[in-house]
Design a binder for this molecule. Sequence first.
Ligand code: PTJ
Length: 244
Amino acid sequence: EVEVPESHPRYESLLTRHRIERGVDRGITSRQGLIAQGRGEAYDYLLGERTIESADRAERAAAAHLLRADRAVISVNGNAAALVPGELVELAEATGAALEVNLFNRTEERMRAIAEFLREHGATEVLGLEADGRIPGLDHERGKVDADGIGAADVVLVPLEDGDRAKALGEMGKTELVVDLNPLSRSAQVATVPMIDNIVRAIPNVTDHARELRDDPDAQAEAIEAFDADEALSAAERAIREGE
Ligand code: PTJ
């Protein structure tokens, strides 16, 4: 374990990096995941390492979509698992969503390591290993999903997704909730609800909103109604360019 002094001005950021490194060591995160994290950090730095107001509205709308879904699934990749395993389990519990491991660079070893890591963090059921469904339009490995998981879902939360798959899932008619620090990424652009925020802040905030909205269908409808994806993407870009 690397010790990071809490007084360090970049404490949170260093801790996050350390979790990704540990993820690689445990066979959870891919080496490409290290590159993705570096890219994310650069955007987070420009955003001021905070949840901007429009992202908070997005996270509230995402919570409402998860609660109102017939079948909601939270897709988990190697970066999400390393950074927020317990928080993903809590979000699934708070919303009734299922957890499904779904990888860009799929290997059976990493699938199993991630499912086990989620169970260590309290998950009772982890989907993804059946792989008896397909996302049309993607090559064999990258299109694998569980037929009763992402295959059947009307709402999917896909953190740090690559653009092709985000587009293909959208074309299947699913409501897509995306967490991505880059407002210009294709996955953010095609999302029903783009959350331009760090996954370490976004996931616990969606859970907080879900707990608050749980028994209030009117407030859920209002949260969805009040959210405008194009406006949220522009607001994030302004925050990055002008520090607003
Ligand atoms: O575990 P796998 O095989 O499924 O692979 C996962 C990664 C993330 C490696 C894979 O999907 C990939 O290569 O993704 P990209 O194309 O690098 O896109 C990742 C996006 O996530 C980029 O737009 C980053 O800015 C963003 N990102 C990185 N870290 C974070 C983030 N967004 C939110 N929070 C982060 N911590």
